[in-house]
Ligand binder design. Structure first.
Ligand code: ZN
Length: 120
């Protein structure tokens, strides 16, 4: 089966994933704000052991947040491609990506074969 057979299933998968990612971004932003507040009183992070731990945590959360935002951008991009009728084809070889793969990873841009080659 391909996207043309089940366009609504793919749309639902994309929306579900985007919604989940948005929720994650909100939670991470909240965590980051809390960590920033925790360090606001002690600008001397580096020399205070607790401050250093918080600074490390803040970095972790910031990088998770960046990843979640870029994931959401990928999902928005996939959504736009779906609307243009340009969704579900491998960016490398142009073959239709199997529906099961799209449902599992709706923002995916390559077929399994090309992805494996790209990672090698
Ligand atoms: Zn391919």
């Amino acid at each position: 089966m391909s996207v043309e057979d089940r366009p609504h299933a793919v749309e639902a998968a994309l929306d579900f994933e985007a919604q989940r990612t948005r929720g994650r971004i909100v939670a991470l932003e909240r965590d980051l704000t809390a960590l920033q507040d925790a360090t606001a009183d002690s600008p001397d992070d580096e020399h205070d052991p607790e401050g250093a731990t918080i600074a490390f945590e803040r970095q972790q959360v910031a990088s998770l947040l960046a990843a979640a935002r870029s994931r959401l951008a990928e999902l928005d991009d996939a959504r736009a491609r779906l609307e243009l009728g340009d969704y579900g084809r491998c960016a490398d070889c142009g073959q239709a990506i199997p529906l099961e793969r799209l449902l599992a990873r709706p923002a995916v841009r390559r077929c399994a074969g090309c992805e494996a080659r790209a990672e090698r």
